[in-house]
Each structure stands twice: as structure tokens, then as C-alpha cells.
Design a protein around this ligand. Structure first.
Ligand code: KG4
Ligand code: ZN
Length: 517
């Protein structure tokens, strides 16, 4: 039993949480929170093998407050902290938090937590215990719709360090989240030795879109060959590889599983560490692959067939979602527009080429949220407008005006992307802007971001296209700045179709490797 003296008068003793404390905890929960944890949830925390809980008690062993955390293999998570109303403002919360972080320090683990953004008192307490804000998780609390502030505390209270020192040799990285089967080999220091990708565009062309089941099968058929080719080109034997990385989400679940299972099988059979990678973290990593010395903070626009988001990046492990599309992704808007115009699949590139020959001022396409201060996007209206425009035209008119239509349509999408990126950059007072994802191939978007960025005195990063479209080099680069699971801790880690930026696994059987959002 630990006893801590507060302000020279009140003595707080703490002891480990036990099942018998649950009724008292339920009472404190109910008095403290709008959505209190239930007895069942609390009992689950006592039972889980990851659990860590302590209660603060008075002289009669009455529970005054408690802290509950989880000891995940990679980092600890502070899950719940509450103090009974009559005992608040006596430093009991601080005693409990410091005991938790001291235990995490002793285990050499960082600590992560989420706190209501409006709870200034709690945020200040955590800050004073060495936590720093990483990011905001939008509308995290279902009861009030409030945002959660994600905070992290490095071992000893310092920031997350880069993880490159954990690898003693090359890293093999695998990407299979959508329709590209890709593998890459990187040195432990992050230099790309090879990056091989096999695109399934030709397979999905006849369907006019990615068919998940077909994509999974194609990954299965090609994965081994792509991995072998990446090793061959890197001049590296499999037995020289010292770590394996794979995209664990977000993406098509069947497609992801092919890469995750391949990677886990190689790692397991050779007793190597496994590096789970969030695909979006991978897209962010394209910028430091292309321009490792770019000044931070930066705003990175991720624009692909599946995602459109603006992210503030402070360093390779610290980032925050600023805004995202509320409906279609920018690449999807390009592809759907191309389809309406009768161009090929995926049509973004064709539409871009056609637009180069057209007059962008000829038609006026609407873009949702353009005038809103929000850093979100909406692209569902623009394709509807295109549909109605084309419906009113004869086949001959459509053909005659195709280039002007494509140019005006492209301009509307690019305007929205450039405008919000610029706003985000000035709002966040960053030093660089960057674009990544397949839509970064768009020639107008590249020109405009370059012009606008330079005009605003910003450093502009336009990574080579090979790092913008889905590839495994970016997955390897993100792996080196993300969590690492030693053999055999990753064996029950699963792929996850919907994994938000900043997470490496969802709740469930696998370890929860949330670093930030
Ligand atoms: O990142 P990516 O290869 O795959 C996804 O994760 O989605 O992005 C593919 C997307 C497609 O929607 C494609 O049409 C679009 O990027 N894209 C373009 C251009 N080249 C590819 N969109 C606009 N202009 C381009 N030049
Ligand atoms: Zn992607």
C-alpha cells in the first residue's frame, strides 16, 4: 500500500484495484460521467490480462478515486480516471495518474490517453504529468459529440522517438490495401533499396471499378512474385531481412488480409519483429521519402481514390486530422466524371489529359463547402452537376465540348483542394505544404499547389508519382516511425477495413496500438 501526502494534511493511500471495488467504482462513474462505465465493463478491466488498476482509499478503505489502464505490448493506455465529487481538488487524481505513469516508466512504455477537449482541468493535469497533445479525435464522445484530445507521454515524459534504432538490418514492407500489390525493401535508416508494385487496373477496368473479391484473388496470385522481385532488386536475401511491415488498414478487408497474413507468416517463421502500418500514415510518409529535410510543421493533403483529407504533420509520429471529405474522395470524383464523359478506367488520368486541351472557364461546376470555413470537402455535388449537364446535351454536343467540360470539372475539384490546403496552412501557421495519393498526379493540382504555396512563402513538396500512388516504400517509411511488435506478440493482430489515421489496430483480440489521430 502506497501513501502519499497531499499539501501536508490529507493522506491518500492507494492499492491495487480488485473485483470487490467495482460497486464503489460504479457509483463514482455514475456521479462523474454522462456515459458511465457499467459494472460489466469495469469487471472486464479487472479480468483482462492487459489490465492495470489502482484505487485511492481513505483510512476506512473507502474508495475515493481510481485509475484504470491497459498494458499493451507496445504502449500503455490510460483508460479511465475518476474521483468522487466530495474528494475532488485534493490532488487525488494526480496521485493516481503519477502512479500509472511511474509503472509505465518502469516497464519502459509510453502512455496514451483520450480526454474530453473541453476538460481543461484534466488536460492541465495530464500536461503536468508529461503528456503532450498529439491530435484531436473528432466527435469521439457519443453522448455530447465532443472531440477527444489524444495525449501521449513518452517513457520518462519525453516525446515519442523514432523507431529506426530497433532494426538491425533491412525492412521488407508489403502493401495490399486496395488494387496494388506492392513490396519494398528499405534500410533500417529508411533508404529505399527497391519498390515493386503490380497494378490491377487492367483487371478491374472491365468492371469500371475495383471489385473487392477479384482484388483479393489477384493479390494472392501476385504477392509472392512481387515480394521476391523486391528482394531481388534490393540485392537482399530473405534471411538478411530483420523486420517485416504491412498495411493493416484502412482498405478492402480481403485485400489487406493477403498482405497482413503474408507478412505475419514471414515474420513468424523467422522470429522477426512485425511493424503494423496504417495506410494513411504511409501516404504521409511519402513526403519524408521525397524530402526528408522539409521544414515542419506541414499540412499534407492526402487525395486518392479512397481518401481526401488534410493533415497537420509535426513530425513523423505526430499528426492531426484537420478535415476530410464528407462524401466522395477527390479521386472518386475524377473517376466518376471520367466515366460520365466516356473516358477509360481509372479515368482520373484521362480526364486530366483531356482537360489540358480545354477551357476551364467555360462551365461553372459547384463544389460543396467551398465557402465554408471548415477544412472538409464535399465532392458528391460536382458529379451530379456533370450528370445533368451531359443529360441536356446531344451526343454531338458532348463530343464537341468534352475538353471544356473536363477542364471546368477538373478546375472545380482542384480549386477546392488548393483552397482548403491554403486555408489549413495559414490557419495552422505551417512552414510546408505537401500533396500525396493518386490524385497528386493531377497536373493542374501540382501546378496550382506549387504556385499558391510559393506565393504564401511555403516550402512545397510534390513527391514523385511512384511515392504518391499506393506503394510499399511509403509503407516501409511509415513503419520506421510507427509501432513495432516483437515476435510473437503480433500473432493475433488483425487487418481492419476502417482504421482511422493514428491507429494501428482496432479494439478486439489484437493489441491496441493507437499513437495519435
Ligand atoms: O492512391 P491511389 O493510387 O489509390 C487509392 O488509394 O485510391 O489513387 C488512385 C486515384 C484514382 O482515383 C485515379 O483516378 C486518381 O488517383 N488519379 C488522378 C490522376 N491520376 C490518378 N486523378 C486526377 N488526375 C490524375 N492525373
Ligand atoms: Zn492509398
Amino acid at each position: 500500500m502506497a501513501a502519499v501526502e497531499i499539501e501536508g494534511r490529507v493522506k491518500v493511500r492507494t492499492r491495487p484495484l480488485s473485483a470487490g471495488d467495482i460497486p464503489s467504482l460504479v457509483e463514482i462513474e455514475q456521479a462523474s460521467f454522462a456515459s458511465p462505465w457499467t459494472a460489466g465493463m469495469l469487471a472486464g478491466e479487472v479480468d483482462t490480462r492487459f489490465g492495470w488498476g489502482r484505487v485511492a482509499v481513505d483510512a476506512a478503505d473507502t474508495v475515493m478515486g481510481f485509475v484504470i489502464g491497459r498494458r499493451y505490448p507496445d504502449m500503455w493506455h490510460l483508460m479511465d480516471l475518476a474521483v468522487a465529487g466530495e474528494h475532488r481538488r485534493r490532488g487525488i487524481g494526480r496521485v493516481l495518474v503519477s502512479e500509472f505513469v511511474a509503472a509505465a516508466d518502469a516497464a519502459e512504455r509510453a502512455v496514451l490517453l483520450e480526454v474530453r477537449e473541453g476538460n481543461a482541468e484534466a488536460v492541465a493535469l495530464y500536461e503536468s504529468e508529461g503528456f503532450t497533445s498529439l491530435s484531436v479525435r473528432k466527435r469521439y464522445y457519443a453522448d455530447t459529440g465532443e472531440d477527444a484530445l489524444v495525449m501521449v507521454r513518452e517513457v520518462g515524459g519525453t516525446r515519442l522517438a523514432e523507431r529506426q534504432d530497433r532494426l538491425s538490418g533491412p525492412l521488407l514492407a508489403i502493401e495490399s490495401s486496395c488494387d496494388d500489390t506492392a513490396a519494398a525493401v528499405l534500410t533500417a535508416g529508411g533508404r529505399v533499396l527497391s519498390s515493386i508494385g503490380h497494378s490491377q487496373d487492367a483487371i478491374h477496368e472491365r468492371y469500371g471499378g475495383v471489385v473487392p473479391e477479384v482484388a483479393s484473388r489477384a493479390h494472392v496470385e501476385r504477392m509472392s512474385a512481387v515480394v521476391k522481385e523486391a528482394l531481388r532488386e534490393a540485392g537482399c536475401r530473405l534471411d538478411e531481412v530483420r523486420g517485416i511491415a504491412a498495411t493493416v488498414g484502412p482498405g478492402l478487408i480481403g485485400a489487406l488480409l493477403v498482405g497482413v497474413q503474408t507478412a505475419k507468416a514471414i515474420a513468424w517463421s523467422r522470429r522477426l519483429p512485425f511493424f503494423p502500418v496504417n495506410h494513411l500514415h504511409g501516404h504521409l510518409a511519402a513526403t519524408w521519402l521525397a524530402d526528408p529535410g522539409a521544414p515542419v510543421p506541414m499540412v499534407t493533403l492526402i487525395a486518392s481514390g479512397g481518401h481526401t483529407m488534410l493533415v497537420r504533420v509535426d513530425d513523423r509520429t505526430t499528426f492531426r486530422l484537420l478535415g476530410e471529405t464528407l462524401d466522395d474522395a477527390a479521386g472518386e470524383a475524377f473517376d466518376k466524371g471520367a466515366r460520365l464523359l466516356g473516358l477509360g478506367y481509372p479515368g482520373g488520368r484521362e480526364l486530366d489529359l483531356l482537360a489540358e486541351q480545354g477551357d476551364a472557364t467555360h462551365y461553372d461546376f459547384p463544389i460543396g463547402l467551398r465557402r465554408s470555413d471548415r477544412l472538409d470537402f464535399s465532392f458528391s455535388g460536382v458529379k451530379t452537376a456533370l450528370y445533368y449537364l451531359l443529360r441536356e446535351m446531344s451526343a454531338k454536343e458532348r463530343k464537341a465540348n468534352a475538353a471544356d467540360i473536363a477542364a471546368s470539372y477538373r478546375q472545380a475539384i482542384v480549386d477546392a483542394l488548393v483552397d482548403k490546403t491554403g486555408r489549413a496552412a495559414s490557419q495552422e501557421s505551417v512552414r510546408s505544404i505537401a500533396v500525396t495519393g493518386g490524385v497528386a498526379a493531377n497536373s493542374l493540382l501540382r501546378r496550382r499547389l506549387d504556385e499558391e504555396g510559393k506565393k504564401a512563402g511555403l516550402h512545397v513538396i510534390l513527391p514523385p508519382l511512384g511515392y504518391c500512388t499506393d506503394n510499399a516504400a511509403m509503407i516501409g517509411a511509415a513503419a520506421l516511425a510507427g509501432p513495432c511488435l516483437e515476435y510473437p506478440d503480433y500473432i493475433d493482430l488483425d487487418a481492419s477495413a476502417s482504421l482511422p489515421l493514428g491507429r494501428w489496430s482496432t479494439d478486439g483480440s489484437g493489441p491496441d496500438l493507437s499513437l495519435n489521430d
